[in-house]
Design a protein around this ligand. Sequence first.
Ligand code: ATP
Ligand code: MG
Length: 386
Amino acid sequence: MKEILLLKLGELVLKGLNRGNFEKRLMKNINWRLRKFGDFKIYCLQSTIYVDPQSDDCDMDSAVEAIKKIFGIVNICRAAECEKDMEKIVEVAKEYLCDELSSARTFKVEAKRSDKSFPMKSPEIAFEVGGALHDAFENLEVDVKNPEVLVKVEVRDRAAYIHANPIPGAGGLPIGINGRAAILLSGGIDSPVAAYMMAKRGVELFGVHFFSYPYTSERAKEKVIELARLVGEYAGNIKIAMVPFTKIQEEIRAHCKEEYFTIIMRRFMMYIAEKVAEANDCGALITGESLGQVASQTMEALCVTENGINLPVLRPVIGMDKEEIVTIARRINTFETSILPYEDCCTVFTPKHPRTKPKLEYIIEEEKKLPFASLAAEAIANIEII
Ligand code: ATP
Ligand code: MG
């Protein structure tokens, strides 16, 4: 018996967007992610994507696990492929779904005939397969409202497919369909979640990380790389621009008022991130800021932070509580890495009493004590891409 994966796309989402592009991009992403699990042929027919193993040594379990993390897919159906013949369909259903059907109490069969040349109509197919399964499995009763096992028979152009209990996909839009953006990635909980959320909307990610060696350690850097790798299981490979930030922080500390330290540092981050973004074809910046979480994330501070930045600044977790962010971090498996106790450059030289309502004019005056543009340019010149 041949097993195949049928991937279902969100119909509603597809209507508004360019469907052809969506499917093409999604197939490219699937191809790329599955290459290490064997030789699969990926094609799209009647708005279903087929993942068709070309040899017996294809690793279907790993393929399913990888597909669960590919955005743009609503449901994953592991299906048996069979000839478009009622007797065969019944035999394959009994055999392929034997485990599920023998351990359940209730079931229902739904059929869908998209090949209109097939002699039976959908309700007739469902009726016949349902009757045969009912006879074959004495434990089963029919429950049309809330069945434990929902058997689906799809009679399509090339063959018939039988499956039950689809696996939920990651939803969202295929990576790359909505351009590219630079994510300011710290080692914390919030920015990996922000990265994941924008990737889910089809945005390809480019990371920017600021580090302050020797105030921050090599391990803090490795932590960020690991976080990018974890998010990358959903978002695809993420390059990170590692920006040396020590000199900038030391200069701010030496010349600016302590209470403005954090806000000026954050303005440097945005300024540099924008330059990196522009050099790497990114159409926006993404941060993990959440309104009111800390002094530098009040409405006034955010306003000062992004003053002078032309790219849109996307803040997907802006309206979320820490608990909500943590729930996502746990689900996408970044939480445990995020809480490893390595310092971030933001925690170096933090002022005792940071301003929660900074005034832009004062900040700009303070910044004049520094060669802002040349400090930033020097940091950019020493970026290492990982
Ligand atoms: P996170 O949990 O992501 O670290 P946070 O709650 O610690 O966020 P801040 O440290 O104030 O908040 O940082 C706010 C945002 O600024 C982060 O979500 C991230 O987008 C960006 N950011 C902070 N530190 C860095 C860094 N070292 N490199 C790159 N971006 C950073
Ligand atoms: Mg942080």
